[in-house]
Design a protein around this ligand. Structure first.
Ligand SMILES: C[S@@+](CC[C@H](N)C(=O)[O-])C[C@H]1O[C@@H](n2cnc3c(N)ncnc32)[C@H](O)[C@@H]1O
Length: 235
């Protein structure tokens, strides 16, 4: 399987502005303090929990797990290269479990196991926050065949989100929106790097044709809203 190595590397997702706005959103959902135990499942380079660790100086360093050990993972957190389910089977307790833009890597059965283990690993009054791309009217700039793949993937997300809601029962649903401005050249670089899951299995030929399409179709400054759904569960 091809890996998402370029997801949070030098994109708006790693920008200070994004992380800071994301933190403000998290703060509305969870009251951080020095004793909070934080886990980020599918943390990538751990930009988010690294920010939280710097800000709140948790006594127990925030933990990030990912099946891939990327280059440049933030150093001020505890990183474990592990499959989420294997990690959670070790049964450690956390106050906040973040699962951001990661559930689409799981099958229905694995997702149910992930949710059950996450609940089991959560302290009383703890929170699970699950983030996933908004499935309706998504604004991610696409070329034609990328859009087709994205739509298929968003259909799967819709199905998975139903499973999440059914499994977690009492949930709150909100959204996190971030206004992106990116130069066309930078966005093309991100596409070349296959920054998003729906680009992982596109052939080089289709990718190059798509880049020509983006060159033609989009202005030099691309603007859109990156919109995520957030499902929040309290134990
Ligand atoms: C789209 S990235 C999101 C990264 C980060 N959460 C963010 O929002 O910036 C999804 C991440 O999930 C990781 N991942 C996929 N399957 C996983 C699994 N079974 N266990 C742990 N991590 C997994 C991938 O390696 C990738 O880093």
């Amino acid at each position: 399987m091809r890996r998402l190595e370029n997801w949070d590397n030098n994109t708006w997702l790693s920008s200070d502005k994004y992380i800071s706005k994301f933190h403000k959103f998290l703060r509305l959902k969870f009251r951080f303090n020095k004793n909070s135990k934080i886990l980020d499942i599918g943390c990538g380079r751990a930009n988010i929990i690294s920010f939280l660790q710097k800000k709140y100086k948790f006594n127990n360093k925030a933990t990030g797990i990912d099946i891939v050990k990327n280059k440049n993972i933030k150093k001020n957190i505890l990183f474990k290269k592990s499959d989420a389910i294997n990690f959670l089977k070790k049964n450690k307790k956390f106050d906040l479990i973040i699962i951001k833009q990661t559930i689409h890597f799981f099958s229905k059965e694995k997702l149910i196991t992930l949710l059950n283990l996450s609940k089991k690993n959560l302290n009383l009054n703890g929170k699970i926050l699950i983030f996933s791309l908004k499935t309706k009217n998504n604004k991610i700039p696409c070329f034609k065949s990328m859009k087709q793949k994205l739509d298929i993937s968003l259909k799967k997300d819709e199905f998975l989100l139903k499973i999440v809601k059914k499994n977690l029962e009492e949930i709150q649903e909100t959204s996190f929106n971030f206004k992106v401005t990116v130069s066309k050249q930078k966005y093309i670089r991100m596409i070349k790097d296959r920054y998003i899951s729906c680009l992982l299995n596109i052939s080089n030929k289709k990718l190059n044709e798509g880049i020509d399409e983006i060159q033609e179709k989009f202005p030099n400054k691309i603007k859109f809203t990156d919109a995520l759904k957030c499902i929040s569960f309290r134990k």
